[in-house]
Design a protein around this ligand. Structure first.
Ligand code: SF4
Ligand code: SF4
Length: 370
């Protein structure tokens, strides 16, 4: 274990026993400055109590460490106590680890790994612990499980789940969860294994095909972690979109936040109610967007030709929906690898969890912006 991690738990090179961890955690809960400000919801059947607004760790990749420190401390001050990231989000875990120095025990830390076999999963757990500079991670999740093949590898002897169970038995992680973008497959996987929580996209414009998943979650009493509350930035009306989700009984909603203003704006929604006017505003957005829009999850990358696929779709969105026409045209002109570099190899489409016709859409982008 890293030296700085040992400052929190006291024993260099060892893992604190669970009762010691619990005792530290239980003591610290009362110390969290903002903890009285937000109600807490139980994450499934765990003993983790989370504020309904959490901190999504993707955008923190884009800011400096100094800015990340400030954002994390403000979030904790506001009462946000659930921080979620992933091994795959470049330096997000490291930034969070540095930013939470001295206040680690005030938050519930969650991360996830794309590893599917046991060796790679065990390595990822160790790497996450080092990055976070901590001796325990509260929730470790299987990241974006999509196919039956992946599930077979995860659940086989020596697979990823066995490695997570060993890590849990050793006190390195506390609970195991799953994340995914496809409700149909997620509902099947959670029937086969006893997870504590499920993380999936849900927002005003993406509610379809989730009945079975939600029914299974309810049947098992699983925790619910809601990603993409703004549909990957497609929803412009942040207040109504968040109020819509916060009035529901999900455990925690995790918008990504990389500015002080976003933290202020998002946390302000907790004291407001979802109104009929909010519903009207969101219905308008829903009508504008349809279903074929990019959520900027970046799973399609890397493109074999180096095209920044979500970046180009974003420019299209700025042109069509944000009334930034000239700005979008100028940006596209200055883009080194344009949409017409696509050779139509199709690799990106096999990775897109939303089954977007990326090749076709890139042609449209080029016609619009060139
Ligand atoms: S189909 Fe086009 S955009 Fe997709 S990976 Fe291939 S070259 Fe890149
Ligand atoms: S094209 Fe698909 S995979 Fe790529 S960022 Fe958009 S939604 Fe995600």
């Amino acid at each position: 274990m890293g030296k700085r991690g040992s400052e929190e738990q006291g024993v260099l090179g060892s893992v604190a026993p669970m009762d010691e961890i619990n005792s530290i955690r239980n003591k610290s809960v009362g110390l969290a400055k903002g903890s009285e400000k937000m109600e807490k919801r139980r994450l499934g059947k765990s003993d983790l109590w989370v504020a309904p607004l959490g901190f999504g760790g993707i955008p923190i990749q884009r800011v400096s460490q100094t800015d990340a420190d400030g954002l994390l401390r403000l979030a904790v001050e506001k009462g946000i106590n659930f921080i979620d990231t992933a091994r795959g989000y470049t330096d997000s875990e490291e930034k969070i680890g540095v930013g939470l120095k001295g206040i680690r025990q005030e938050v519930i830390l969650a991360t996830k790994s794309m590893a599917r076999n046991g060796v790679a999963m065990a390595e990822d757990v160790e790497r996450s612990l080092r990055n976070f500079q901590t001796d325990w991670i509260d929730l470790y999740q299987l990241h974006n499980v999509r196919t039956d093949e992946e599930w077979a590898e995860l659940t086989s002897p020596g697979g990823g789940l066995e490695a997570l169970e060993k890590a849990r038995d050793a006190g390195k992680i506390r609970y195991i969860g799953i994340t995914g973008h496809l409700p149909e497959t997620l509902s099947r996987f959670i029937k086969d294994y006893s997870f504590v929580s499920v993380q999936f996209p849900y927002n005003y414009i993406e509610q379809e095909n989730r009945q079975e998943l939600l029914a299974e979650i309810t049947r098992q009493g699983l925790g619910t972690i809601i990603m993409k509350p703004l549909a990957g930035g497609a929803l412009r009306q942040v207040g109504p979109a968040l109020r819509f989700l916060l009035q529901k009984s999900f455990s925690v909603v995790i918008p990504g936040m990389d500015t002080i203003e976003q933290i202020e704006e998002n946390s302000a929604q907790l004291s407001q109610t979802f109104t009929e006017q909010d519903a009207k505003v969101l219905e308008l957005e829903k009508g504008e967007l349809g279903q074929e829009f990019c959520r900027r999850c970046e799973y399609c990358l890397p493109c074999t030709e180096g095209i920044n696929i979500p970046g180009l779709f974003l420019l299209e969105g700025y042109y069509n929906r944000y009334n930034l026409k000239q700005w979008s045209l100028d940006r596209y002109l200055g883009t080194a690898i344009k949409a017409d570099a696509c050779t139509e190899c199709g690799v990106c489409e096999t990775r897109c969890p939303y089954q977007l016709s990326i090749r076709e859409k890139l042609k449209q982008v080029h016609a619009l912006l060139s």
